[in-house]
Design a protein around this ligand. Structure first.
Ligand code: AQP
Length: 347
């Protein structure tokens, strides 16, 4: 599809606008896939979709420059390999569209510091750090700008991002109150299943890219089948043998494994429990969860390698995505500048 067609589509009345982002801050893990990417792919029909590789967000924590460049391309290839269709979804790199950084600055000026200091992700990520960047505190304002620039209705995210979407709503409402109706107030869309995949080594902490170097913590979307089997074999469970869903923190490991199986197979909780009535203990459970994960990821991994064999085409797709994203966000940014009283340069 040509950019002009996409622009018309973006402006189509009645179509819900969807925006979400993902950081190229490490190897994409199963939680990112089940909590976000899988849902983006499944629900991309009949909506106007923007999916952004948020490299500006990634550098709120130091990234080795060459590694960041490699991870950004690799992440883009994973998104297309997982099924994002460039004719239905605009996939682009955040730093390619200057409106994002500009929006962040203006929104900073209507956001009270106290709102940022109470964000739990900031508290978690800054805990035990000797030096914390101002960018880390400001992360949710940049995210608010990302979302609001596209007149977004729906923000599909994992549970960990709910608080940030709430903040984007608060910022939009405050801006609209101060400067007049400008932004659509967005809503978080959080799927019930897969919204919070926990670490295999510690089922009380969410699975995270930045902990993927810790042995046994995460399953990488690109991990080899043998590695996936090994990770599940090592998964922390409990000393019992009951294979059922449970809120008991002692049984969080088994609950997590069943949750992963549930979101991949699309079966109900009782069907999932039924699938394991004949299981011979947790060893069997782990092997069967590993099997469905391997099956789910195999076609994605195959397509990923095909895409990475033609990086030129990947870069072209990303350039096309950025061009379309800018065609929507630049006029929005001009509206914002006008509202706050800036003079716009004559063209
Ligand atoms: N464990 C998870 N379970 C369900 N969803 C998850 N997401 C992340 N971890 C889980 C969802 O993935 C999307 C992209 O996340 P992100 O890259 O923007 O940042 P994040 O939420 O901070 O993810 P990570 O993996 O923990 O990255 P790092 O370690 O770099 O901070 C989001 O929709 C998120 O909810």
């Amino acid at each position: 599809m040509q950019t002009s067609e996409l622009t018309r589509e973006a402006a189509a009345p009645g179509k819900r606008r969807v925006f979400s982002g993902i950081q190229p801050s490490g190897e994409v893990q199963l939680g990112n896939y089940l909590g976000a990417i899988k849902g983006w792919v499944e629900r991309q029909e009949d909506k106007t979709n923007f999916f952004c590789l948020v490299d500006l967000h990634a550098i709120t924590v130091y990234q080795e420059p060459e590694e960041l460049r490699r991870q950004t391309r690799s992440l883009a290839a994973i998104l297309f390999a997982a099924g994002l269709d460039p004719d239905k979804s605009t996939v682009f790199i955040q730093s390619h569209v200057p409106a994002h950084a500009e929006a962040c600055w203006i929104l900073n000026c209507v956001t009270p510091m106290g709102w940022l200091e109470r964000m739990t992700q900031f508290k978690d990520k800054s805990a035990n750090q000797e030096r914390v960047s101002a960018g880390l505190l400001d992360y949710p304002v940049l995210m608010a700008g990302d979302i609001l620039l596209y007149d977004t209705h729906e923000v599909p995210v994992g549970e960990d991002q709910r608080q940030h979407v709430e903040l984007a709503r608060d910022i939009a409402e405050r801006f609209n109150r101060v400067y007049g109706e400008t932004f659509v107030v967005p809503e978080a869309v959080i799927a019930e299943a897969g919204a919070r995949v926990m670490g295999l080594n510690d089922p009380t902490a969410k699975m995270s890219k930045s902990f993927s170097h810790i042995r046994g913590h995460a399953v990488g979307v690109l991990d080899e089948p043998k590695e996936i089997e090994r990770s599940f074999k090592r998964a922390v469970t409990d000393s019992g043998n009951e294979i059922t869903f449970s809120d008991d923190p002692e049984r969080a490991g088994v609950n997590n494994l069943l949750g992963i199986y549930k979101v991949i197979t699309g079966r109900s909780s009782s069907q999932v429990e039924g699938d394991f009535v004949d299981a011979r203990g947790y060893g069997d459970l782990k092997a069967r969860v590993a099997e469905v994960v391997i099956e789910e990821l195999a076609p994605i991994q195959k397509r990923y390698h095909e895409i990475m064999d033609d990086v030129g085409e990947l870069d072209r797709l990303l350039a096309r995505g950025a061009e379309h994203a800018a065609s929507v966000s630049t006029p929005k940014m001009d509206e914002v500048k006008e509202k706050v009283g800036f003079t716009l340069p004559r063209s």
